[in-house]
Design a protein around this ligand. Structure first.
Ligand SMILES: [Zn+2]
Length: 392
């Protein structure tokens, strides 16, 4: 299905612009008209991270006239393995500002708008309202559902992508012409079920594979060229080196774009996606210690059994001294329970405190009543107790 161009053409291209974009202008399907549409286009990139990096760089190079960047984070050394819009000298800088500098360097004719803030229910309509199309490069479910709902409610198309380890997905969601994200994923996965890239890792170059699909689709929608990926889902497997295209249908019962929508405004997305499962949320009450508590316990030689519930590769990078590795899966399956000492208090930790909370719920259910977990995990330990350890 081809769709009409989203954007009206700008009045003219300058001589400099004609020179710069000549390789576009000589493609018959794009031509001067398509380039004028790009010049008039206003695109917002949510997140200047893994997907946002190639997306912003190629949208800028392509001549999208106005590019917005929304990101509240700062550049960390662990970002540079994939977030190629930032460089070594940008470490510690706001990502939105660092990205804007790169965009200006790639193409001075692009007007960059910096939104150095977190996207929230309070500002999402106001920010999205300034743009024709949204490119979603977020890495968490709460923001993803918020982006979807805001786009559906405002009638805007958005190009979505997601990456994990060697796998990627991409689609164009546009409720007016096809399905939305909720049609494909009506419910978020249970908390703790789907690890983030920070927990599970991502092959850096995967960002380019999926980000380039997103930019390609954005350009197609803006200019009306070809058939946009509305109603289609690309599933990319880097290990097999395969791209599969799957049909996605609009769900007539979709909560927001269906025939009888139950969601007519923004909702509480943190609650909807749940930071913790109910069991884990119950388990941590009264059974959570801080890294300072743990540090004191270790110094006082309190007889505890400290268990790291992350994966072996993470344990190899950094661990709290004196800990034993038992991946969360082995605790949840019950396989590791027999090896745990009965005579000492069990203290669990992970990277941030989510996985250890899930493991704590399983331990308590198995009878380890005095087990506790460490709030903030090894990340908090590195920050507050021993900054000489590597953060990841
Ligand atoms: Zn829908």
């Amino acid at each position: 299905m081809s769709l009409p161009p989203l954007v009206e053409p700008a009045e003219e291209l300058t001589r400099d612009e004609v020179r710069r974009y000549s390789r576009h202008l000589i493609i018959p399907d794009v031509g001067v008209m398509g380039q004028k549409r790009l010049k008039n286009a206003r695109v917002l990139c949510v997140g200047a991270g893994g997907l946002g990096s190639p997306a912003l760089m190629y949208l800028a190079a392509a001549g999208v006239g106005t590019l917005g960047v929304v990101d509240f984070d700062t550049v960390d050394e662990s970002n540079l393995q994939r977030q190629v819009i930032h460089g070594q000298s940008d470490i510690g800088r706001p990502k939105a500002e660092s990205a804007a500098d790169s965009v200006r360097e790639i193409n001075p004719y692009v007007d960059v708008i910096i939104h150095n803030e977190a996207l929230t229910n309070d500002n999402v309509f106001e920010i999205f309202g300034q743009y024709d199309l949204i490119v979603d490069g977020t890495d968490n479910f709460a923001t993803r559902y918020m982006v979807n709902d805001a786009c559906v409610l405002l009638g805007k198309p958005y190009v979505w992508g997601s990456i994990y380890r060697f796998d990627g997905q991409a689609s164009v969601f546009w409720a007016e012409y096809g399905p939305c994200y909720r049609c494909l994923y009506p419910e978020p996965p249970p908390p703790g079920m789907v690890p983030s890239c920070a927990e599970g890792g991502v092959l850096g170059v995967l960002c380019a594979s999926i980000g380039s699909i997103q930019v390609t689709e954005a350009i197609k929608v803006l200019t009306g060229v070809g058939e946009p990926l509305v109603g289609g889902l690309i599933v990319y497997d880097a290990l097999e080196m395969s791209y599969r295209k799957i049909k996605v249908r609009k769900d007539p019962n979709c909560a927001i774009c269906g025939e009888n929508p139950t969601i007519t405004g923004l909702i509480d997305y943190e609650e909807f996606c749940g930071a913790l499962s109910t069991e884990a949320a119950d388990a941590v009450v009264g059974s959570t210690i801080t890294v300072k508590d743990l540090d004191e316990w270790i110094r006082a030689e309190k007889p505890i059994h400290l268990v790291d519930v992350r994966e072996p590769a993470e344990y190899e990078i950094v661990k709290i001294p004196g800990s034993t590795l038992i991946p969360k899966g082995d605790i949840l399956s019950g396989q590791a329970l027999a090896d745990l000492p009965q005579d000492r208090q069990i203290v669990l930790y992970c990277k941030s405190g989510v996985r250890s909370a899930e493991a704590l719920a399983a331990l308590k259910a198995a009878g380890f009543r005095d087990a506790v977990h460490v709030h903030g995990g090894v990340s908090a330990w590195v920050k507050q107790i021993d900054p000489s350890l590597p953060a990841y």
